[in-house]
Design a protein around this ligand. Structure first.
Ligand SMILES: Nc1ncnc2c1ncn2[C@@H]1O[C@H](COP(=O)(O)OP(=O)(O)OP(=O)(O)O)[C@@H](O)[C@H]1O
Length: 260
């Protein structure tokens, strides 16, 4: 089976600054990855490369079977969903959510393409499938942060992506909104037509068991990568953060983590 993503000896430098060094990483189908790293570790740079927005200084990148340098990047980008709070600022916020979700089908910010009622109904159904039926027809501008994130996920799903990047999806959410969104992501991960998920988070407690692989990024290098169970433990995280970490495994399989 074709790998979702393959990085071979990938490095990025800007001026004399080495941002990422020697990244070797493969995402296989059926894997969902979480990336953890402190501020400035290089997570955003890594995501931008996956999306073809940024080119490596060294190494090879292959995404969804396409080798960078031999592929049409805009066509590839249509196969990758991207959810981030940065995207929220680019949307036409006075549109209603049905239209914003539909714009994802065309990988555009506004609705410039022709669409009809069937298209709009498909957008609404995508939102219903995510548990957001009560948001249908509302203006995006009045939604809470958690509701906006759900709309962005629905929007990304409209293009039926094979890879969905969730860049700090719980950013700015209160405890309850966060749990609701995580639950919706969990349900998405259990659907047969689901995309591979790649989530960046600063919070280990957000890494649900559906994220069966973890990449620990530190100062532009992979500190460790592999099975969630092998990495999210006291010994590895204490070495990663260079700070004593206490961990409690919750019934859900998620973890509560605190400095110890
Ligand atoms: N174009 C650039 N020129 C020089 N330095 C850059 C450039 N882009 C990023 N950097 C630096 O590279 C490092 C990694 O940045 P990046 O945004 O990838 O980190 P991050 O892990 O996403 O951080 P955060 O969690 O704070 O968002 C940072 O120190 C940043 O200042």
């Amino acid at each position: 089976m074709t790998a979702i993503l393959k990085f071979t000896n990938v490095s990025v430098a800007r001026g004399n600054r080495q941002i990422l060094t020697d990244i070797n990483w493969t995402i296989q189908p059926q894997q969902n990855w979480a990336i953890l790293g402190l501020n400035g570790a290089g997570k955003t740079t890594l995501l931008k490369m996956i999306h073809g927005d940024l080119w490596p200084t060294d190494g090879q990148i292959e995404v969804l079977g396409n080798k960078f340098g031999q592929t049409n990047i805009p066509a590839l980008q249509r196969r990758i969903g991207w959810v981030s709070t940065a995207l929220q600022e680019q949307l036409h916020v006075n549109d209603n959510v049905d239209k914003i979700i539909l714009s994802g089908k065309f990988s555009s910010i506004g609705l410039y393409e022709k669409y009809d009622e069937t298209d709009l109904e498909a957008a609404r159904q995508t939102l219903r499938n995510l548990g957001g039926a009560k948001l249908i027809g509302k203006s995006y501008s009045i939604l809470s942060q958690g509701e906006k994130q759900l709309i962005l996920i629905a929007r990304a799903l409209m293009a039926k992506p094979e890879l969905l990047i969730l860049d700090e999806p719980c950013n700015g959410l209160d405890l309850f909104a966060r749990e609701k969104l995580l639950n919706q992501i969990q349900q998405l991960a259990q659907r047969p037509d689901r995309p591979a998920l790649l989530m960046v988070s600063h919070h280990i407690e957000e890494i649900m068991p559906i994220f069966n692989r973890v990449l620990l990024l530190k100062q532009g290098r992979i500190f460790q990568k592999g099975e969630r169970i092998d990495l999210l433990n006291r010994a590895v995280l204490t070495a990663f953060y260079q700070q004593k970490i206490g961990i409690e495994v919750l019934e859900s399989g998620r973890m509560a983590v605190y400095p110890n």
